[in-house]
Design a protein around this ligand. Structure first.
Ligand code: SAH
Ligand code: MG
Length: 202
């Protein structure tokens, strides 16, 4: 698809961190295999991942949140050109401030790396019982695994926060998490069975 190539080119030229090819491919396969229909994405950027996910099949509906107006406008433009505006709803908002009532099969967190715990805790309330939360960029280009590569204060801060997020997931009683070394490393979190049992016993 020519349009997808144009979006990839725009992202590269404007240094917009869209998903890496193997990461988005994995995500799209996951959506297909698990029959996921309703998706909430935190971090639209210019619509690349939303467009890719919506292209898996016609039954997929996506709500995606972006706080940067320029990127939001670019996303709207791209989505309209591809006639996906009926199935992709882009909200120009700070995800930390939004209140959503709907429930989703998949919540994809791909926004500011330092706020993953906040996003996770906030949006788990919008997850269907069998839903899944997928978070991108747990490696931060290898800096998380090899902290000495983090040079600037900003990089060090992000590495620290990603590590805190991984600790948070590892110690989470409510969710079980698997990590996949694909793209920039993703996590896949589902409500744990133990937790379900606890609920049914009470
Ligand atoms: N998912 C996109 C890439 C997203 S890049 C893709 O793969 O195509 C991360 C985006 O999250 C940036 O555009 C940034 O502006 C946005 N963002 C960061 N913090 C946010 C917040 N609190 N609310 C909404 N958007 C946010
Ligand atoms: Mg990302």
């Amino acid at each position: 698809m020519k349009m997808i190539e144009n979006i990839e080119k725009y992202a590269k030229e404007n240094r917009i961190p869209i998903m890496l090819p193997d990461g988005i491919e994995y995500l799209c396969n996951y959506i297909k295999e698990n029959n996921i229909k309703k998706i909430l994405e935190i971090g639209t950027a210019i619509g690349y991942s939303a467009i890719k996910m919506a292209s898996v099949n016609d039954n997929i509906y996506i709500t995606t949140i972006e706080k940067d107006e320029k990127r939001y406008k670019e996303a709207i433009k791209n989505i309209n050109i591809l006639n996906l505006d009926k199935r992709i709803n882009v909200l120009l908002k700070d995800a930390l401030e939004i209140e959503l009532k709907d429930k989703y099969d998949l919540i994809f967190i791909d926004a500011s790396k330092g706020h993953n715990i906040d996003f996770f805790n906030k949006f788990k309330n919008n997850l269907n019982d069998n839903g899944v939360i997928i978070t991108d960029n747990l490696s931060f280009h290898g800096l998380v695994e090899n902290e000495s590569l983090a040079i600037t204060k900003n990089q060090k801060g992000i590495v620290k926060k990603i590590k805190l997020f991984i600790d948070f997931l590892d110690n989470n009683q409510e969710f079980d998490t698997n990590y996949i070394e694909i793209g920039d490393k993703i996590s896949i979190s589902k409500r744990s069975d133990k937790n379900e049992k606890n609920i049914s016993n009470t």
